[in-house]
Ligand binder design. Structure first.
Ligand code: SF4
Length: 242
């Protein structure tokens, strides 16, 4: 991810869980150590510039599905306070009932207070956590994700949904199936991202990807609780404007 100014930042997801989605910009992921990620390069330390950009993007939100997903590199707590207020105001004005945010484990203490606060405005906050795998040893040695628990029950105290990352050397049919089953057991929804080539040293493993496509994809592709992103721009945001 080199030039983030040209990114597509608004889109509509029409399948499985229809919603609008926006890619906003904050002051940056505070973890920044996940070895597979170059998404954290989308940040700016100037909160006024971020707000200007975010306000332009949020203008496009119509509320047509009563659901809005907001993503930014890192956690929602990396967004400036004016942007946060604008998101809440738009949800109220456009009758958006479900708001989805992402949050890194290190910022989890922000989740419950915000859920309580938004509930008073009739907004249900749903948090997506990038857990990537429930195998703690693999997650922390290979991905360096920064999640210090191996208990899905503990993760489920904060996260309503999880993202999993598949297609990397060392993963197997069993490990991927176990991750999916655990995800579906403890969380409302699971979003599977398949590793694609980016500027990091972690590369997609073609063999693992074809095991996924041959054995797991057919079983879960129609599952309404499982979203599968074959490319990380499949939700329509994050790609470049032509
Ligand atoms: S927490 Fe998210 S944005 Fe930050 S380094 Fe990890 S994957 Fe990237």
């Amino acid at each position: 991810m080199s030039d983030t100014n040209q990114l597509i930042r608004y889109s509509i997801i029409t399948e499985k869980n229809p919603r609008e989605i926006v890619l906003l910009r904050g002051n940056g992921c505070k973890w920044r150590r996940c070895r597979f990620c170059d998404y954290h390069l989308d940040f700016n330390l100037n909160s006024q510039l971020n707000y200007q950009l975010n306000a332009q993007v949020l203008k496009k939100v119509t509320g047509q599905f009563q659901q809005l997903e907001v993503i930014n590199s890192g956690s929602f707590s990396d967004l400036d306070t004016d942007t946060m207020k604008l998101i809440k105001d738009i949800c109220v004005q456009k009758h958006i009932k479900y708001l989805y945010f992402e949050c890194h484990w290190m910022d989890r203490h922000h989740i419950l207070p915000l859920k309580e606060k938004l509930k008073t405005s009739g907004i249900s906050l749903q948090i997506k956590g990038g857990v990537e795998t429930f195998d703690k040893e693999y997650r922390e040695t290979v991905f360096c994700k920064g999640i210090d628990t191996d208990r899905p029950q503990e993760l489920a105290k904060y996260y309503d949904q999880v993202c999993l990352l598949f297609g990397i050397t060392g993963q197997t049919q069993n490990s991927m199936e176990n991750d999916l089953k655990t995800g579906l057991k403890y969380f409302n929804r699971v979003c599977v991202n398949l590793m694609t080539e980016n500027s990091t040293a972690i590369k997609p493993d073609k063999q693992v990807l074809s095991i996924f496509m041959d054995t797991i994809y057919p079983k879960y592709s129609e599952n309404p609780k499982v979203e599968i992103l074959l490319n990380n721009t499949d939700f329509g945001v994050g790609g470049k404007n032509e």
